[in-house]
Design a protein around this ligand. Sequence first.
Ligand code: AMP
Ligand code: ZN
Ligand code: FE
Ligand code: FE
Length: 295
Amino acid sequence: MNQILIDLHAHTNASDGSDSPAEVVRKAATLHLSALAITDHDTLGGLAEAEAEAAGLDIELVRGCEISTRSPYNEAHLLGLWLPRDPVRLAPVLAAMALARQRRADRNREIVNKLAALGLPVKYEDVLAVAEGEAVGRPHIAALLCRLGITASPREAFTRFLGSHGQAYVPRQLLEPAEAVDLLVAAGATVSLAHPTLIRCPPEALDRLVASLASRGLTALEAYHSEHSAQDVRFCVELADKYGLLLTGGSDYHGLAKPGVALGRGKGGLRVTKHVLDALKEARVKAGLACEGEG
Ligand code: AMP
Ligand code: ZN
Ligand code: FE
Ligand code: FE
């Protein structure tokens, strides 16, 4: 049996992770992972550094991203894997990400205004100073609130201020899941519905969502994830099977921004084997898609 491990879901400081892209790649290589996907929110800004670092190490780097989409429940997140390098094929994805970042920026300003109205000494410039990359979001505001001693943890910052029941909550305009799938499929990416059970919707609603996305070219479900129980994994595997989808898996590593989630290992029990990668690549080859990001 193939026991070689991989991780197809990791964030860097290009979005809301704490490690630089090169650091994440080095950590993955040290753990002897054979493949790593960098999947930052709304930016491909970390990929060049990650690829350059991986080139000198014994690890396969998969060019990825994560896009948040609208849902009546929790957000539905879509992972794009093996994004092309070709600027023409990539252009619509980059444009959608740029718009999403602009909407994040607008929302961040509104959140800061709400925090200021609550009497808190939070300035928009200070949020930007916390962020190291171009995709700036609520986790950076949470980090600032902690740095200012207003909250003791990011979790408390979300509960009291930033989460959907928080005092400074501002919703964000998002794509429909189908729009994100269409964008990523048109770019030639492998598309996986991230952490499906974290959408926290009734099983019938998840079934309907997966059925409709499968009909548009969704490739896989992220059955293996740090927050998935053994029962969640089984549920996802069965759902994938029902709609002829493949599986992906990853830790959703964020470094210090998500303490307790380790690269490759998640909360300790995560094991995503190279079989998962091989099946995804086999499907890409069959579909005439490149596996090195040249497509
Ligand atoms: P945003 O992308 O700006 O809407 O922020 C969403 C991100 O915030 C998620 O990807 C999580 O990493 C983080 N997040 C959401 N809820 C919480 C929470 N309760 N505690 C800590 N981090 C959270
Ligand atoms: Zn994140
Ligand atoms: Fe996610
Ligand atoms: Fe993620």
